[in-house]
Design a protein around this ligand. Structure first.
Ligand code: ADP
Length: 262
């Protein structure tokens, strides 16, 4: 019971939210991640598709980045690499000071569980589980004790405004509510990085605005978010907008004025 406690893994929340993005290639004390000349090549018959073609990118803690670009430009591949679901064919990826290349599958899974939360256009909830169980699942997989899990589930469901729906199954929830559950699940393990793949793609405009407002609130609390979106209205609400074309970074703009939904 009483040996000295190891430092808990979740890092403290950074306090500020509106720091400008760094110029490409620079390193900073509060850098969360860095890609250096990353490629991801898929062999396709006799040829090779370069889904990522020399991407270099540095993200600071607390940034809210929108990734935009035409279909097939490499946005999902970029998100997968950032989330350690996929690894570069060449180049370097450093996440929280740790070299990602060379990690085993088990180590990558561990990085994903501890550092990364994912949300998707189609929510990816387990249909037969209640909202609370869906949120709890990653905590079970991470080996977190039941009492802590219950407390954490309540806390994140409350943060997304869904505590009253805790015992509902996904089919008893609206699209917006399902995405809130998915966001709560992504936040449960207190990740350093939230990756969102078209998070508002299945939602009507008003609900999409609500979900964006929620993401902006989480960002204001210090969370780093990278969001792929086709929707310029959503992109305009991020602080930094990265444009991809043919597997390359075609633009990287820090918006001076960020439209708020609240
Ligand atoms: P986006 O998300 O911008 O639509 P993707 O990252 O999904 O783009 O894809 C980038 C390119 O890589 C596309 O040409 C796509 O066909 C190719 N690609 C993606 N995943 C695979 C895969 N598993 N096998 C072969 N090619 C792939």
């Amino acid at each position: 019971m009483n040996p000295p406690e190891p430092a808990p893994s979740p890092p403290p929340e950074p306090s500020s939210s509106t720091v400008p993005a760094p110029a490409l290639g620079h390193t900073h004390g509060d850098e969360l991640l860095r890609l250096e000349s990353v490629t991801r090549v898929y062999p396709m018959g006799g040829t090779a598709v370069k889904a990522l073609d020399g991407v270099s990118l540095s993200l600071r803690r607390g940034e809210f980045v929108a990734v935009m670009g035409p279909s097939g430009s490499g946005k999902s591949t970029l998100l997968n690499v950032l989330g350690c679901l996929d690894t570069p064919t060449s180049g370097r990826y450093v996440l929280e000071g740790r070299e990602v290349q060379g990690l085993t599958e088990a180590q990558l899974a561990d990085v994903r569980r501890k550092s990364v939360g994912f949300i998707f256009q189609s929510y990816h909830l387990v249909p037969r589980m209640t909202a609370a169980r869906n949120v709890e699942l990653p905590l079970v997989l991470a080996g977190i004790a039941p009492a802590t899990r219950r407390e954490r589930v309540r806390e994140v469901l409350d943060a997304v405004g869904l505590e009253p729906r805790a015992t509902h199954r996904p089919d008893q929830l609206s699209g917006g509510e399902r995405q809130r559950v998915a966001i709560a699940r992504a936040m449960a393990a207190r990740p350093s990085l939230l990756l969102a793949d078209e998070p508002t793609g299945n939602l009507d405009t008003r609900t999409a605005d609500d979900i964006m407002a929620l993401l902006q609130r989480l960002h204001a609390g210090g969370l780093t978010i990278v969001m792929v979106t086709h929707d310029p209205r959503m992109g305009a609400r991020a602080e930094r907008r990265i444009g991809m074309v043919d597997g390359r970074l075609a633009s990287d703009v820090v918006l001076a004025h960020v439209e708020s939904t609240r």
